[in-house]
Design a protein around this ligand. Structure first.
Ligand code: ADP
Length: 397
């Protein structure tokens, strides 16, 4: 069976077509600048070079139509007819408190996605447009919504309530939701296999650290806490997001710099994090180079970044009264051994011992702690698209 996975942003659409018999990617690509002059389609048929073509795409409907044309194209295509696609899995960012699992899209589901526009104003509208574009282009083919927030819905009230007047929770759903749920679910379940853990008696901390970043505590296969909140701004120091700060900073900066609330929130989302501290870049490859060249602010950014993650690991170890495995994933977690080492240096009190040889490896599921380490440290590359395809298949089979 073939499953198409779609991830729509406000002006972009990423896609992957999976052959679910062996989980292989048949083709993948990206539509950029949708609705903007110079729209671009980048398409890769597995085993061939990526082709790039400028194609007018006024909206996501045009983009989906182009993607389907490419998938059946004589030269670059991988199927003969779009009817070979069993179902389409969509990444949808926010489901509020409504869904704790993926669902087949119907009118009620679309209503919920719409109701959550306020929570994820950049993502949910685009996600809905993607769903409707697929409904239009492939009538009769089921669409499945896989939510970033779903895996975290098992958090208990004590973990998700903010200590603000309760009426804001009741009236507006102001609470912690968490994000990257697809990744936390995928990686924590792989960690159980890799570490040969008993799922019903397991305590895992997943550090999903890429440009965005979040940590989750997964006990007996269920999320009990995660570092992102109502929005992805809470928690870790990220590429450009501040993570946790004293909320009074918002008012303070607004007054000092004569800025609106929206301006300051924009700064906290886009100009803060390691970029804000270092003034160099949000990308760890640039930061590392700058630190090696003696840039003190880049050094502090890296130190603060690792320190924050280590503190969350400490908090979540307390939340679960122990930890069996700590797993690193996403761009930084998978590729940056120095950051993993930096974080693990805080964890001696847990009996963590890193194997430097294993920590230097890349690109595969690995245990990077020594045999004597009391906690297993792992690197597990995340694959949100495959997880979306698996969830989709499970619902339509
Ligand atoms: P996003 O949150 O946008 O999905 P990613 O998971 O792709 O982000 O992570 C981006 C981060 O991962 C960047 O800071 C980048 O420096 C880092 N990264 C990606 N690949 C490598 C690599 N090969 N070596 C070191 N760092 C890397």
């Amino acid at each position: 069976m073939k499953i198409l996975v779609i991830n729509c942003g406000s002006s972009s659409l990423k896609y992957q077509l999976f052959n679910m018999d062996d989980h292989s990617v048949m083709a993948k690509g990206l539509c950029e600048r949708i609705g903007i002059e110079g729209s671009l389609l980048k398409h890769t048929k597995t085993g061939m070079d990526t082709v790039e073509m400028e194609k007018p795409m006024e909206n996501h409907k045009d983009a989906v139509a182009l993607v389907l044309d490419m998938l059946v194209d004589d030269k670059y295509g991988v199927i003969t007819d779009v009817s070979e696609i069993t179902a389409v899995g969509h990444r949808v960012v926010h489901a509020g408190q409504k869904y704790s699992d993926s669902v087949i899209v119907d009118e009620d589901v679309k209503k919920v996605v719409k109701e959550c526009f306020d929570f994820a104003p950049l993502h949910n509208p685009a996600n809905l447009i993607g769903i409707e574009a697929c409904e239009h282009a492939m009538p009769g083919t089921p669409n499945v919504a896989v939510f970033d927030t779903a895996f975290h819905q098992t958090m208990p009230e004590k973990a998700y309530m903010y200590a603000v007047p309760y009426e804001y929770y009741e009236k507006y759903g102001v609470r912690r939701y968490g994000f990257h749920g697809t990744s936390h679910a995928f990686v924590s379940s792989k960690a159980i296999e890799l570490g040969e853990l008993d799922k019903d008696n397991s305590k895992i901390i997943v550090c999903h650290i890429g440009n965005g970043g979040s940590v989750s505590a997964v006990q007996n296969g269920k999320c009990i806490d995660t570092s992102m909140g109502l929005t992805p701004l809470e928690g870790l120091i990220m590429g450009t997001r501040s993570g946790d700060i004293d909320p009074a900073v918002v008012q303070f900066i607004a007054h000092k710099e004569d800025k609106t609330l929206d301006d300051v929130l924009n700064i906290l989302n886009k100009k803060s994090g390691v970029l804000g501290i270092s003034g160099v870049s949000s990308d760890f490859r640039d930061l590392t180079k700058a630190a090696e060249d003696g840039n003190h602010r880049a050094e502090i950014a890296i130190e603060a970044y690792a320190y924050r993650i280590a503190k969350y690991i400490g908090a979540y170890t307390t939340a679960m009264n122990g930890v069996d495995a700590i797993v690193f994933t996403a761009g930084v977690g998978e590729n940056n051994g120095a950051i993993r080492k930096n974080i693990c240096e805080y964890l001696g009190y847990l009996g963590v011992e890193l194997d430097d040889g294993e920590n230097a490896k890349r690109g595969e599921d690995l245990v990077i702690s020594t045999a004597a380490s009391k906690v297993k440290i792992m690197v597990i590359p995340t694959n949100e698209e495959l997880k979306i395809a698996q969830e989709t298949l499970a619902l339509v089979k």
